[in-house]
Design a protein around this ligand. Sequence first.
Ligand code: COA
Length: 386
Amino acid sequence: MQVPKGLEGVIVASTQLTKIDGQAGRLVYRGYDATELAGKIPYEAVAYLLWFGQLPTNGQLLTLQGQLGNNRKLPQVVDEFLVEPSKVAEPLSLLQTSVSILGGLDSTKTASIVDASIALTARMPTIVASSYRLKHNQNLLEPRPDLGHAANYLYMLTGKVPDPRHARALDSYFTLLADHGLGASTFVARVAASTLTDVYSAVVAAISALKGPLHGGAPIYVWEMLQSIGEPERARAWLNERLAKGDRIMGFGHRVYRTEDPRSRVLKRIAQEIVSPELFNLASTVEREARDLLRKEHPERAIDTNVEFYSSLVLHAVGIPPDLFTCTFASARSVGWTAHIMEQRQDNRLFRPEAEYRGQQDLKLPETQKTETVAQQANALGRSRA
Ligand code: COA
């Protein structure tokens, strides 16, 4: 039997949440084209759609916005936990550990999956903003229930009510990143949920997977690449040098899309509206040159921009520092992770695939080792150390 590396093409669950058409470059949330939802309805309405299966009425949206707003404040113990580690630890680890503490606080596990999902989605941006402010010796801010989810995140980070264009851009980013089928982190969340662990623990597992540069860790590298290239004229030589060394170009390529990632198209349009013309020109030159070089290197597969490439520009433009890019991705994806956890639990069976064993077989224990007990080995070790 041929084992498909990376489970490519293997169907491991059925879902009603998100459909990705990799050939056509389409992303659909519960029947709605995600690129058409972005910017037209607030992220909170997308959360409602993914969690509850339909778009909310005005009243339902207001109720959910109220619940999210009321849950933004962190328990004191999490605020206190963040004080020292914020100075030294990387932001995604702080987010992961804080989510774990939130789960630990709900020791009776009485919160329903829906309540825990709302609380987590409301609190993840607060954790990110608070750890950032503590690191930079700034006071913690009270959340603003009158602001939308994205606007409040920017407010809690910067202390200023954001420019509405920036709040709208980040809201669209949140919508575009809300879910994406069984990406590695969502798969991990579903596997963890299948053991009947709690929502928080499944999300902690998902964050671990998101951290890697092949998944959610890419946008900071995209940003560093753009900084390192600096001028559009240097793009081709810079990219050529990296490819010659066998490096991957961050922000390009996708397991599922064989054409441009539809989220990248929308984020590029948003970036053009809010970043400086110089930066946009640099990024679009890098895109053009990289696409051309990658086509030559891999004529068999289209390697185009993925969601991370223009995300880095949009996040930078709205005022999010690069070391918070992946945390911001995690905050957006909390809706998708928790929607998948709910779906998994509705018709659960423990994930337990098998590995094809290719190791040695039928080895015999050497005679000398047969007689030595563990206690004898420990004694021998103790004598040799003495
Ligand atoms: N730069 C250079 N080469 C790339 C590439 C990239 N960004 N993406 C894929 N390739 C090449 C690989 O080197 C490989 O070449 P080989 O067959 O000669 O070894 C080939 O394309 C297939 O790569 P593989 O890793 O099997 O494809 P995948 O479908 O598993 O890859 C990604 C998906 C996302 C892991 C991959 O495109 C990548 O590493 N991209 C950069 C990281 C990134 O932007 N991640 C964010 C994803 S949203």
